[in-house]
Design a protein around this ligand. Structure first.
Ligand SMILES: [Zn+2]
Length: 429
């Protein structure tokens, strides 16, 4: 497996004011062109990184090619997100039709991407990173500019921890340049090859992600949660955001343009740290095992967060599976995504599916067989069982999955009847 690791926060030295001003000018032209191509690729043209150059620009052909490539990437992910959202919407409609949801879902066409941040994914045609042997700098970044044959040479100095992280690594040729308020930053990447260490028949641990516990494993272990301090912080944050929102509304009326943000970045960072900590603990406890993780739709994420008083934003909850996947890849742990439909309503013992199986948020109690468990644990056991479940993999919709699970439940009932209901032989004679 190949994973890409990034080395971030390398500043472009501020001492080169004139050079950086040139870079600013170039970036301005570049972003405007990229924006135009991105809009085209989202609306009228299929995204194509090698599309012919169509638009007028003062940039060199090479820079225009970079803009087309970047725009194609942006449009591609916008289109696939839109597609995913639309599938989510259809799935939510299905859930609504089957009385699982009370609110009629509404489809909203997503906004076209607007490029607010200045970010240049530069390939070797326009940017060359060269190790410096004749100066006190670590690298020179050679950038072609609007003027032919007048490249820009930018000196790059690495911090000690950057150097340590890069020791023995081969830096990828394509670099990312980003303009923040405090100046220009360079992001380098390197590719690492990680072998999947867990064998195909390694013991399976199922994972349910949620809010009561960030991670619940099918062996009943729980990791990370919203308790005590974090909950109090969130309550404070909500009050603060409400006050800020009022302020924003008042300022907007007066025509103030730059409004204070209502997002609490410190708290968001704190939650992410908490999530990362739980992920690390989880992996430490399950060495040598392979992982089954459910593919959650955005709608399900929203549903999960709404139910818990919106302690977590859906985006933060979505950080969890990503972090689990990344953690597994880094460690060479086998990870498999399984279908998520009904995983929290299905009884792990008899396959009976019903919302009534969940008398409270925290408990699972099967209406039919009486199986009781902590709700997330029951879901995690289902998820573990779904790894390698060919019948379930073949289902194309929620309705098909429901049919399959109902069928399995019927079979379970028949088997039960054979054992319990069939009278002993001497009575039937
Ligand atoms: Zn049951």
């Amino acid at each position: 497996m190949r994973i890409t690791c990034a080395i971030t926060h390398i500043p472009l030295l501020k001492a080169n004011d004139a050079k950086l001003a040139l870079l600013d000018h170039l970036a301005c032209e570049f972003m405007s062109l990229t924006q135009q191509y991105a809009t085209l690729f989202c609306t009228t043209l299929e995204p194509d990184a090698y599309h012919d150059l169509l638009l007028e620009s003062t940039l060199s052909q090479r820079w225009q090619r970079v803009a087309v490539q970047q725009a194609a990437g942006i449009a591609q992910s916008w289109r696939s997100n839109r597609q995913k959202d639309f599938e989510d919407y259809l799935e939510t409609c299905e859930a609504y039709d089957q009385d699982e949801l009370t609110e009629l879902p509404i489809w909203r066409e997503p906004h076209l991407p607007t490029l607010k941040n200045i970010s240049i994914q530069a390939n070797t045609n326009v940017a060359l990173l060269q190790k410096s042997s004749d100066s006190s700098f670590d690298y020179w970044l050679r950038l072609s500019t609007l003027d032919k044959r007048k490249p820009l040479w930018l000196p790059i100095n690495l911090a000690l921890y950057h150097r340590q992280a890069l020791t023995g690594k081969k830096v990828n040729k394509s670099v990312l340049l980003q303009r923040h308020e405090d100046g220009w930053w360079l992001i380098l990447t390197y590719t690492e090859h990680v072998k999947v260490k867990s064998p195909k028949d390694a013991a399976i641990v199922g994972v349910d992600v949620g809010i009561a516990s960030f991670i619940t494993a099918s062996d009943g272990k729980h990791y990370g949660s919203f308790h005590g301090q974090l909950v109090r912080k969130h309550q404070l944050d909500r009050e603060k955001r409400r006050r800020k929102a009022k302020l924003r509304a008042a300022l907007k009326k007066k025509g103030v343009e730059k409004l204070p943000s209502t997002r609490n970045l410190k708290l968001a960072r704190h939650v992410k740290q908490e999530i990362n900590r739980s992920v690390n603990l989880f992996f430490a406890d399950h060495e040598g095992q392979q992982i089954a993780l459910e593919k959650l739709s955005v709608a399900t994420m929203r549903f999960k967060t709404r139910r818990m008083n919106a302690y977590l934003y859906a985006a933060q909850l979505a950080h969890l599976p990503k972090q689990l996947e990344w953690g597994a890849q880094k460690r060479g742990v086998r990870i498999t995504w399984v279908k998520s439909a009904y995983s929290s309503q299905e009884c792990s013992q008899c396959h009976h599916v019903s919302r009534a199986n969940r008398p409270t948020q925290q408990t699972f109690c099967c209406e039919v067989c009486g199986h009781r468990a902590q709700a997330d644990e029951n879901a995690a056991v289902n998820i573990a069982a779904r790894l390698g479940d060919k019948g379930l993999q073949q289902c194309a919709s929620r309705a098909e999955i429901k049919l399959l699970l109902d069928h399995r439940h019927e079979r379970w009932q028949q088997e039960k009847r054979l054992v319990v209901v069939q009278p002993p032989a001497q009575f039937t004679r």
